[in-house]
Design a protein around this ligand. Structure first.
Ligand code: C2E
Ligand code: CA
Ligand code: CA
Length: 570
């Protein structure tokens, strides 16, 4: 690097010398002088309209710049600039020049020089210094400067660069930045040495990456802090979802040489909003929020007006409690179809809530509030009861088994806090519905939090005859050993892998891997988020059993769902 620079510096100064003393040399003499130059050089004459080379040196010829003016790209491409220079009073002109197509482009520093006061002799020295290698080195150096060498992730500088590129200030509302900070990392470093610390950071980066969707950006901001740039498809709830997935991904201990280390983290979230002018602010806000998270022990969202948010959250909690008590929540039902036959095999029950101001809130907004406040237990009980009641109603209308199952979501927190199997049994008994008609959707995070307890619960649910599905599969930390040991019947492949899959090889690879894993473990598969026919057909061809998504139907009210069932399965 240094030696190349030195060479460059000398080669730059050389052309000035002969030019400044522009010689009354004859062509031969000029050619000898030019040949002393280590860089491409030509003495160019302008006679009326025509350029001529009085002399060119060997590097000039070797660089493919020609021997005859009429055929030289230098004259073709720079002729008018040379003319402009010769017709001016300047003695020296220097500029950057690109030569060649995009793939094979070379970068030159071009210099024109001639003797002062000799305008009449329209002659100048043209030298070119090839800087292609330097520029390439500069580019890769820049890339290196943007990358964290330990994890290979973008570093702080790289992250803010990507943030700036991804997010125009006008589009910032669809984004969030998460700051993830390890708790007690310095203790690992102190007790086990920096090498173990490095190893931990690398495995941690891998797990974090695994908890994200393909297009989310993960960066190492320095030390034990990571940054994440998220696109919000479904609003702010997405960010909380991801935070939950990250906690779940860390639930299993890391194995470092002979030790198992449990690592926890604090997460701060900054949501893009229209009053943010500089994307960098998002990073600062997220870092501010992560500090609060260290104290509070839960994910914190940065808010300039923290009090309003706390009040809003508290307000939502009170209102949700009232809504559950007074039966203001409803269930929507979204069909799940057999990809081979197109028949509806079940309906997933999804909670809906229109609040007292008439605003329809999405479950991704109120389920986290319910989980945080403990309201998830009564909410979950209500959902189970309502789903069983609806299925019994459909059966009654059909005059027997209406031919489909219902799927009910169970939150990880609900599984920790409630006696799930007795609760499910009670709902089934009340409405005279057989357990074989019910699917329960659990997430990976439910398994990792308390594997032994969950294994018992799952066994009890299997004893009731229910089907057990692993929801959002692929987004969390999948421990194959548990998957194998637990009585799981079905994997639901997360929407983030399915949508846009046809245009993304990585996603196809993940979906294929999940399908073959499921096959090997004797489980069935449902793909979520199918919005196009082509996607449904591709998934069927890949061997996926069932599909769910807007292509078949959006979540529907119970009556409409039943009508659809009659129509499709007739
Ligand atoms: P989930 O279990 O993954 O449910 C599927 C979500 O994807 C639903 O969103 C559904 O409307 C949406 N979806 C279905 N097909 C498509 C599609 O083709 N394209 C797109 N873009 N989206 C599609 P929803 O109803 O907003 O529910 C969000 C999440 O809230 C659910 O995700 C589930 O985790 C949770 N949830 C909903 N109801 C309950 C409940 O009663 N109890 C618990 N514990 N969680 C619930
Ligand atoms: Ca689900
Ligand atoms: Ca899902």
């Amino acid at each position: 690097m240094v030696s190349r620079k030195a060479r460059l510096a000398t080669s730059r100064s050389v052309p000035d010398t002969p030019a400044a003393e522009a010689p009354p040399f004859g062509p031969q003499a000029s050619s000898i002088v030019l040949d002393l130059l280590p860089v491409p050089a030509a003495l160019v004459d302008l006679n009326g309209d025509r350029f001529a080379f009085e002399a060119v040196n060997r590097p000039f010829r070797m660089a493919g710049l020609g021997t005859v003016a009429a055929e030289s790209p230098v004259i073709r491409l720079l002729g008018s600039r040379i003319r402009g220079f010769l017709e001016s009073d300047e003695t020296h002109l220097e500029f950057a020049w690109q030569f060649g197509d995009e793939v094979d482009c070379r970068y030159f520093r071009v210099m024109f020089a001639r003797r002062a006061g000799r305008r009449s002799a329209l002659r100048c020295l043209v030298t070119l210094v090839d800087q292609t290698a330097e520029l390439r080195t500069e580019h890769s150096l820049r890339r290196e400067m943007m990358t964290d060498s330990l994890t290979g992730l973008p570093n702080r500088a790289g992250f803010s660069d990507m943030l700036e590129n991804a997010v125009g200030a006008d589009a910032i509302e669809g984004y969030a930045v998460l700051a993830v900070n390890l708790d007690r990392f310095s203790r690992v470093n102190a007790c086990m040495g920096a090498l173990a610390g490095d190893e931990l950071l690398i495995s941690l980066a891998r797990r974090l990456k695994g908890a994200l969707r393909g297009r989310d950006v993960l960066a190492r901001m320095g030390g034990d802090e990571f940054g994440i740039l998220l696109t919000l498809d479904d609003g702010p709830g997405d960010a909380l979802h991801v935070a939950k997935r990250i906690h779940a991904a860390l639930a299993n201990p890391f194995r470092l040489s002979d030790f198992e280390i449990r690592v926890e983290c604090s997460i701060g979230v900054a949501l893009g909003s229209h009053d943010i002018e500089d994307p960098e602010d998002l990073i600062r806000h997220a870092q501010f929020a992560v500090k609060r998270s260290k104290k509070s022990g839960r994910t914190e969202i940065y808010q300039a007006r923290t009090f309003d948010i706390a009040r809003e959250q508290f307000g939502m909690e009170t209102e949700l409690r009232r809504a559950i008590d007074s039966g203001k929540l409803t269930l929507s039902f979204q069909p799940i179809c057999d990809l081979a036959s197109g028949r509806i095999v079940s309906f997933e029950a999804l909670a809906r809530w229109t609040n007292e101001q008439g605003v329809r809130l999405s479950p991704s907004e109120f389920i986290p509030v319910a989980e945080e406040s403990g309201l998830i237990v009564p909410l979950g009980r209500w959902a189970m009861e309502e789903a069983a009641r609806t299925l019994a109603e459909w059966d009654a209308t059909a005059g027997g088994d209406c031919g489909v199952k219902v799927a009910v979501n169970l939150s990880a927190i609900q599984l920790q806090r409630d006696q799930i199997a007795p609760m499910v049994k009670a709902a089934l008994d009340t409405h005279g519905v057989s357990g074989t008609r019910l699917t329960l959707e659990l997430t990976e995070s439910a398994i990792v939090t308390d594997p032994d307890r969950i294994a018992q619960t799952m066994k009890a649910l299997k004893d009731l005859g229910t089907t057990l599905a692993m929801d959002d599969f692929g987004t969390g930390y999948s421990n194959l050993a548990y998957l194998q040991r637990l009585p799981i019947d079905l994997l639901k492949i997360d929407r983030s892998f399915v949508s846009g899959m046809l245009a993304d090889r990585d996603k196809v690879a993940i979906v294929r891997a999940i399908l073959s894993l499921a096959h090997a473990l004797g489980m069935e598969t449902t793909a979520e988020g199918i919005e196009t026919n082509e996607l449904g057909q591709t998934l069927a061809a890949l061997g996926c059993n069932y599909g769910q998504g807007f292509l078949y139907a959006r979540p529907l009210e119970a009556g409409d769902a039943y009508a659809l069932l009659q129509e499709r399965n007739a």
